[in-house]
Design a protein around this ligand. Sequence first.
Ligand code: SAM
Ligand code: SF4
Length: 340
Amino acid sequence: MSGPSLPVLAPIADGFDRRVTYLRVSLTDRCNYRCTYCMPEAGVDLVPRAEVLSIEELARVVGVLARAGVRRVRLTGGEPTVRHGLVDLVEKLAAIGLDDLAMTTNGHVLAELAAPLRRAGLSRLNVSIDTLDPVKFRQITRWGDLARVVAGVEAARAAGFRGTKINVVTLAGWNDDELPALARWAWERDAVPRFIEWMPMSGGAIFAPGTFFAAAEIRRRLADELGPLVPDEAGDLPGVGPARYHRLASDAAHRFGIISAVSEPFCDTCNRVRLSSTGQLHTCLARDEVIDLKAPLRAGLSDEELLDRVRAGVAAKVKSHDFSPTGCGGPRKHMVTIGG
Ligand code: SAM
Ligand code: SF4
C-alpha cells in the first residue's frame, strides 16, 4: 500500500504519553447474530440510518487520522459484513496507504465475501468461533450456524488470507474444556487462536452461559493438555494488538494469543481509539465518554479542525479502566454498538 500523499500532521497522544496509531471502526450497530455475551436478550435500540456515517464520511475520518499517525485499522460492527458498501469502503481505505487493514467478523457470510474483500485490499481477518459444537454454537450466538462460519474460514484461506485469528471468548463451565481442541482446530487451518476474557459491558445487563475464565486459567488449561508453554516474543507482529502471545515449547509454529483486559490489563500500552458507526470516537472501550465527530464532519470542518477535536478528547483519556471479574466497572454501552 502506498503512503498518504497529504502532509503528515502532528501525532495524537494522551496525557500518559501513549500515541494513537491504531483505529477500530464500527461500520454498523446491526448484526445477523445475537451473541448472549454481546447483546442483551431484548436486543439494543438501533440508531436511525441518517445518524450512521456514510462510506465517504467513514473513509474521510480514517484518512484524517492516518495523516496524524494512525497506521493500522480494524473494521468491526455489530457485524461489518452486513454493512452495505463494505467492499467499496475497503477499496477506499486500502488506497489511504495504511500498514494494516483488518476486519473482525462472525464469518456468517465470509464464504461469499472473502475473495472480493481480498481483491479490494483487506489484509487480515479475525473470525469469532467460541465452540466447535454446532448446538452450543447456536446457543451462544442465538442465530448462528457453525457450518457456515467454518466454510467462511476455509474460503478466507482459499482467497489468500494468511494468519487468520480465531477469536474465542472463554467462559468457565461452558467452553473452558474445549480450549485445547479450538487451538488445534485453528492450527490445522494455519490460523492463530486468540482467547478473550469476557468483559463486563451493557451496565451488567448481559447474560453469558458460564462465568469468568481468567488468562492464567487459560494458560493452565492449554498447558495441561498440549504441553509446556513459553512466551512468544514475536508478539502480534504485524498486528501489534492487545493480545499477549505464547506458543508450545515443543513447536514454534503453534502460537496463541490471550486478551486479558480484566485479569491482566494492558492499559499502559494502549495505542488505540474506536470510531462508532455514528461518528462518536471512543477513547476507551471500557468508558462511556465519547468525542462527537459527526457534527463537525457534517459542518464541513477541515482536517486540522477535526484533529483538534480528536486531540482534545484523547488528551483527557483515563490511565486505565476498572473492569472486574465480578462484572463491575464496565460501561453502559453495549459491545455490539462498538465492536470490541
Ligand atoms: N460481529 C463481529 C464478530 O463477532 O466477530 C465483530 C464484532 S464483535 C463485538 C468483536 C469481538 O468481540 C468478537 O470476537 C466477540 O466474540 C467479542 N465480544 C463480544 N462481546 C464480548 C464481551 N462481553 N467480552 C469479550 N469479548 C466480547
Ligand atoms: Fe454480533 Fe459479533 Fe456481537 Fe455476536 S459478537 S452479536 S456476531 S456483534
